[in-house]
Design a protein around this ligand. Structure first.
Ligand code: BES
Ligand code: ZN
Length: 592
């Protein structure tokens, strides 16, 4: 088939890459990776081969034994990039593309030393999901193709490289250079290729897990994530044995645009999780759960992204319940509901993007990104579980993982499997309403608990004068406070803000979920005492989950709009390209 994935030039009638060998040189001065990518087919191949590239400089293409072979680059598409067409001679077993990346490659952020914690050395990290692997490596950049890989990465001596793979040794590589080797024996989709280079140290957390971070933060990270082995054990009880050997984590500099990214064997995490109280480790539970739902059983294209995220959110909340009880789980679902409603509102004029099964021809998957596949998806999974009961659902999950391990599947394949294993269940929960209709079905499961009811009641009755008792409020968990702030009316007065800040010392908080929730309310209220803190956060942190609401709320008043534009002008050179795009789209919606 010509283009089974609307976000790739991949042609399924052509040879499929089975294995990738990378030899990469990292050049911090030029902000470029120069490298060779060797694509192996596992059998002899011939004829045309279409690869995805974006911003890559192609230097040469060679087939062992046949020498240079003909290639051509197609027209630039703003979303897809350029198709690199190779003509493979008969009997080709592998082909090597020599290339250079662009300094603007969306997958790569090149940080100056000042943007790191230690401020001593530069830092590089990649973020390939959704379709940015092609800005780093020429490849069949679709999750329909899975590849094992090995890599050798040469970097400045004194720095450390990590990848979404197992380490395979390192050695000096000429004056001032050092080479790190990696191998990933299991087949992964291209969006899980990952590389980071910086001044890094690690701490062991268990025999199969360690955390990497800059030396300045590594102790704090080791403390925050000390419970990871317990989470791995709980996840194994849900899904079966951990399939990737090690579960290591890397804490990135604060410009990392996501909370976490499930790169296999090396989850990437934002440093905003280091709250000092282990209250934000649900993000680790989430990325860990992707080891099964996403990395082992993968969405066939971004049109089926909900299969990755919906199952993973469901698993994250289940792990939360096992570790911290039902009240904690209910708070998790409440935060999710809040995010879901925000996304439904954002897409109110594009209701087709609120379905689970998407049609994304001509749409940039980063523009379609929202909490909907996460939260609507997780509610469909929870509805199925309620319908068939926990025990049957548990057996179903094991069966699902066994049947599709190391494959990439569509919503249609998933539906056929559920129909075969849990006959009638899809119809009973009205799965079609989730998959193909906009909004959230009225029958979607709701999650309650007594503490959650009390918080919601207090928050929604704020305008009638309801105020929490000061002593009780001081004992709220970080999650309770977050939910309370989320459920307060969006429009507060300056007196309201002063009351909240006075009693809860919100501006001084270092838990980013609480802090950003508060600053968003303060921005919308034009509450000046919070402006300096807003600026501080926006200058430092690039996590899109925080940038979007904060810049959004600053749009409510002329004075805060001016503040937002001024902060963005100063902060945007330090933002990741993805974050910059998101903020720009928020500012573009400000009234003129
Ligand atoms: N895989 C996602 C991050 C992602 C999604 C990157 C789409 C690029 C495109 C990751 O697993 C994720 O969902 N992260 C969340 C964590 C949260 C839901 C616990 C995040 O970054 O906030
Ligand atoms: Zn996820």
């Amino acid at each position: 088939m010509l283009h089974p994935d609307p976000h790739s030039y991949y042609d399924s009638s052509q040879p499929r890459t089975r294995r990738l060998r990378l030899s990469l040189g990292v050049d911090f001065e030029r902000k470029q990776i120069e490298g060779e990518a060797t694509l192996e087919f596992g059998e002899t191949a011939q004829g045309p081969l279409d690869l995805d590239t974006k911003g890559l400089d192609i230097l040469s293409v060679q087939v062992a034994g046949a020498g240079p072979i003909p290639w051509s680059l197609g027209e630039e598409d703003p979303i897809l990039g350029r198709c690199l067409r190779l003509e493979l001679p008969a009997g080709t077993r592998d082909v090597t593309v020599s290339y250079r990346t662009s300094p603007e490659a969306m997958a790569l952020q090149w940080l100056a030393p000042e943007q790191t914690e230690g401020k001593q050395a530069p830092f590089l990290f990649s973020q390939c999901q959704q379709i940015h692997a092609r800005t780093m490596v020429p490849c069949q950049d679709t999750p329909m193709v899975r590849i094992a890989y090995q890599a050798e990465v040469t970097i400045p001596a004194g720095l450390t490289a990590v990848m979404s793979a197992g380490p395979a040794g390192d050695a000096p590589a000429g004056p001032g250079r050092h080479c790190f080797r990696f191998t990933m024996p299991q087949p992964i989709p291209s969006y899980l290729l990952a590389l980071a280079v910086g001044r890094l140290e690690s701490r062991d957390l268990s025999p199969r897990s360690r955390v990497w971070a800059e030396p300045e933060t590594v102790e704090a990270a080791a403390w925050e994530f000390a419970g990871v082995e317990d989470m791995i054990l709980k996840a194994e009880a849900l899904f079966g044995a951990y399939p990737w050997d090690r579960y290591d984590m890397l804490v990135l500099p604060p410009s990392f645009p996501y909370g976490g990214m499930e790169n296999p064997r090396m989850t990437f995490l934002t440093p905003t999780l280091l709250a000092g109280d282990r209250s934000l480790v649900d993000v680790v539970a989430h990325e860990l759960a992707h080891s099964w739902t996403g990395n082992l059983v993968t969405n066939a294209s971004m049109e089926h992204f909900w299969l990755n995220e919906g199952f993973t959110v469901w698993a994250e909340r289940r792990i939360l319940r096992i570790l911290h009880g039902e009240d904690a789980e209910a708070l998790g679902w409440a935060m999710g509901q809040n995010a879901l409603e925000e996304s439904l509102d954002r897409f109110k004029d594009e209701p087709h993007l609120t379905r689970l099964r998407l049609h994304l021809q001509g749409i940039d998957p980063d523009d379609a990104f929202s909490s909907i596949p996460y939260e609507k998806g997780a509610r469909l999974v929870a509805a199925l579980e309620r319908e068939v009961g926990e025990d049957r659902f548990h057996r179903f999950l094991r069966d699902y993982m066994d049947t599709f391990r190391f494959t990439s599947i569509t919503t249609e394949q998933w539906c056929a499997f559920v129909d075969a294993k849990l006959p009638g269940a899809l119809a009973a929960v009205d799965a079609a309403a989730y998959l193909d209709r906009p909004g959230l079905p009225a029958s979607a499961p709701v999650f309650r608990s007594a503490p959650l009811e009390r918080l919601s009641e207090l928050a929604t009755r704020w305008t009638e004068g309801a105020r929490p008792e000061v002593d009780a409020m001081a004992r709220w968990s970080p999650a309770e406070l977050t939910v309370y702030l989320q459920q307060l009316p969006r429009k507060l007065t300056q007196e309201d803000c002063a009351w909240l800040d006075g009693h809860l010392e919100l501006t001084a908080r270092t838990n980013y979920e609480i802090l950003v929730e508060w600053l968003t309310l303060a921005a919308a209220a034009e509450y000046e005492p919070a402006f300096a803190r807003i600026r501080e956060v926006l200058m430092k942190v690039g996590r899109m989950k925080y940038l979007r609401p904060l810049y959004g709320a600053l749009g409510d008043h002329p004075r805060t709009r001016a503040l937002a534009r001024e902060i963005f002008a100063a902060a945007s050179p330090g933002y990741h390209g993805l974050s910059r795009r998101v903020v720009q789209s928020v500012l573009d919606k400000y009234p003129a």
